[in-house]
Design a protein around this ligand. Structure first.
Ligand SMILES: Nc1nc2c(ncn2[C@@H]2O[C@H](COP(=O)(O)OP(=O)(O)OP(=O)(O)O)[C@@H](O)[C@H]2O)c(=O)[nH]1
Ligand SMILES: [Mg+2]
Length: 398
């Protein structure tokens, strides 16, 4: 079985597996495969024989043959979960040699919804970092699918390091009225594919401006298990403005609201050999201006052959960002004057000892100053957006 691992196994940076569970997700992967000269190792996982046979993904895993008989899970997430449980060992063997699992699922049906949390749990047990890219159904698909998707999402949040949700409804708002359903799904597939591609390219290669696995690890481990994903592209002399406009004013990130609220983000820039330093500076500055004060922005850039005149931006943003704990309780000048915090990057493969709690609610005091309109950054019960000297009641000599 050739997983195509050789491409990246010699690269100590990060071994990545992209796995799709269920019919919709496998179509996303097929789209990536068709569009990508050097695709990453990918796996298609399904309970449906025919759907697997139709997929061009070389590594296929049929799950739950006893329970689903190769016919799919018929929209029943419990059946999907049982199917995954039946083949836990095969799922474990599939992920074990990797550092990062990009799990793709179209929630709402039986296989993807039921299998995704089981696979994420296995990956966690094997020490991988798991990023789950998921879609939720269109409103017209009905309440049952919507509810099932939400239940699956809640379970997935408990197991994955971060869930990156892409509601089909939000994408719907980006398409002209009357767009046929097949085209709408194709658009979803392209968006998901672009996001996964941006991330993979930056993590797995030696690039002009690299992102490290630890950048991603720090983001997702402190994201409250939830990230938002955005994509923007442009071409020609105006490419930077086009891509920024799509990202910062488009529906995907709620017209900039998500960026304005995020405490940390990972920005991936892909361009051609003509990608200029001034363009990178401009992109970084615009994100700094659009983000909340003090937001941590990590940017990476990759130059792709044949991309002259083109630019694509992908962003992963953490709205519920909680800065990592500091090793010392000492008060520094940075505490007093508000310089950005250094991050202690966790060592070793994957996430162990991962943060369990979601951000809790606190009643806020009135001292939040310029942060009063943004979501608080809570760590160990303290609102880190309130200057440390105020939180700790320290008097500064004047
Ligand atoms: N992106 C994308 N999403 C799809 C596509 N087809 C269906 N979906 C979405 O995916 C959801 C789940 O459908 P499937 O992926 O077909 O379901 P499944 O996980 O295979 O589950 P079962 O077929 O019940 O075993 C649907 O409710 C749709 O919202 C597709 O081609 N592309
Ligand atoms: Mg199916």
């Amino acid at each position: 079985m050739n997983l195509g691992k050789d491409n990246i196994s010699s690269n100590p940076r990060c071994r990545i597996l992209v796995a799709g569970v269920g019919g919709g997700a496998c179509r996303v992967l097929d789209g990536i495969l068709a569009d990508w000269a050097e695709p990453p190792p990918m796996a298609a996982i399904n309970t449906d024989d025919r759907a697997l046979a139709d997929s061009a993904i070389p590594l296929k895993l049929m799950i739950g043959r006893t329970i689903a008989k190769g016919m799919g899970a018929g929209g029943d997430a419990e059946l999907g979960r049982l199917a995954a449980s039946e083949d836990k060992d095969a799922l474990r063997a599939m992920v074990t040699d990797y550092d990062l699992l990009i799990l793709v699922a179209s929630l709402g049906g039986g296989t993807g919804t039921g299998t995704a949390p089981v696979l994420a749990q296995i990956a966690r047990e094997e020490g991988l970092l798991t990023l789950a890219y998921v879609t939720t159904p269109f409103a017209f698909e009905g309440t049952r699918r919507q509810e099932q998707a939400q239940e699956g999402m809640a379970l997935l949040r408990q197991q994955a390091d971060a869930v990156i949700g892409l509601p089909n409804e939000r994408l719907h708002a980006m398409l002209p009225e009357g767009t046929p359903l097949s085209e709408a799904f194709a658009f979803v597939d392209r968006m998901m594919g672009a996001g996964i591609r941006g991330l993979w390219t930056l993590l797995a290669r030696n690039n002009m401006l690299n992102l490290d696995f630890s950048d991603l690890q720090t983001l997702v481990e402190n994201s409250g298990n939830e990230c938002c994903f955005g994509y923007g592209a442009g071409a020609g002399t105006d490419r930077v403005e086009q891509a920024l406009g799509e990202l910062l004013e488009g529906a995907m990130l709620e017209k900039g609201r998500v960026i304005a609220n995020s405490g940390a983000m990972l920005l991936c820039v892909a361009g051609g050999p003509d990608l200029a330093l001034s363009e990178l500076e401009k992109i970084h500055r615009r994100f700094q201006d659009a983000a909340r004060p003090g937001a941590r922005i990590s940017m990476g850039a990759v130059v792709l052959e044949g991309w002259e005149g083109r630019l694509a931006l992908t962003v992963l943003a953490a709205e519920h960002w909680m800065p990592p704990a500091r090793s010392s309780g000492d008060i520094t000048a940075d505490d007093l004057f508000g310089a950005p915090r250094e991050t202690a990057v966790p060592e070793g493969k994957g996430r162990r000892g991962r943060r369990a709690a979601q951000q809790s609610e606190l009643s806020l005091v009135d001292d939040r100053g310029r942060f009063k309109d943004v979501a608080p950054t809570i760590h160990d019960g303290a609102d880190l957006d309130i200057p440390t000297f105020m939180r700790r009641g320290i008097r500064i000599p004047t």
